[in-house]
Design a binder for this molecule. Sequence first.
Ligand SMILES: [Ca+2]
Length: 415
Amino acid sequence: MNLVGDYLQRAGGFAAALVASAVLSGAAQAQQDVAMNPGGYPVAPTGLADNPLPEGPFTYRTAEGMDIRVEVVARGIEYPMALTFLPDRSMLVVTRKGELLQLAPGTNKPRVVSGGPASVFAGESGDAGTSHGYMDVVLHPDFATNGLVYIAYNKPDGEAPRMAVGRGRWTGSRLEDFADVWLAPSGAGGMTRLAFGKEGTLFLTTSGADAQNLGTVGGKVLRINDDGSIPADNPFLRNSAARKDVYSLGHRGALGLAIHPLTGDLWESENGPNGGDEINIIKPGHNYGWPFVSLGRAYPGPWQSGGRPGHEVFEPPVIYWMPAIAVSGLMFYTGDALPKWKGDIFVGALRTGEIPGTGHLERILVNKDMEELRRETLLYDLHQRIRDVKQGPEGYIYMVTEQKDGSVLRIVPAE
Ligand SMILES: [Ca+2]
């Protein structure tokens, strides 16, 4: 028996066969040279990018034995970022271009709502120096009586963006009296998501490279009252070096924020670089570790944590991804329309494994201790950047796809 045959017999398996075939052919090949951007991260391959969304609807079998149908509710919306529902069951959508749209139930053509703030829209999502106009929209918990709609956006500061949160009163057809309740310092543009806590305070996320500095705004979860004032029990009030709105620190690029419907805890999704995307349960005053620790790799390849991909003394994530899926909107499903998914966690994904055109939806099943049991990839073959996911009033699951030819999709039971 020759050496290669002996090796194959002992090791067996596909990997061994691959090694052996390379040895036999004498064609062992060095790794390919990968084109790099000036910032030191690989140029993204475009072979799957720009797949147009077919007309639909699309029917799928799913893992829990529940067949679903995905419907295209509306299309031709440029770069939608977030959605929410009004009590009349119409939908509000905000876009990267800085538009507030309303989509009436049963219709597929949204109308532009006036009264929102001016914003800065520039560049392509994910590129350095890009700015999103509007990023999130939520209703005040007492919307039925006060009509207040909150928008997270990048406010013009000269030409530069500056993270801001403001609110206006819904008249039934437009916003009036829009005014900021929170404004980042000059020079601090970025990505912001919003969620009202059970006690009525407003949480917001901020992106930025200064996640470990309590005195600056970036890389934090912040907490304010509905009028922008500081809650009396915020965790760093007695730290003279800290901003008084800081609630937690050590975050990188949080694109999802939601309150768990049973526990009332604040959950957050955030992006690692090439891997290390996280879902965290946010506790007041805790440090989530970025940029010191991460379960992922830096874009050029090395582990982010210098060879030790752990979380050491920092608060670890409850769910993580390696490689990255560019985890985005975050939702807990509580409806009856899709009964086998009740209690499950859903996240949007913008792209998988650093390959454009691979966005999708993920479903995660956890046990009563919030420990992961199963994870299912959904809608991958649609090739859409799923930026937000929300439960609709009928218990269907709605999504917006952040594309030039963006859309509103929904999941309903298959007949
Ligand atoms: Ca972390």
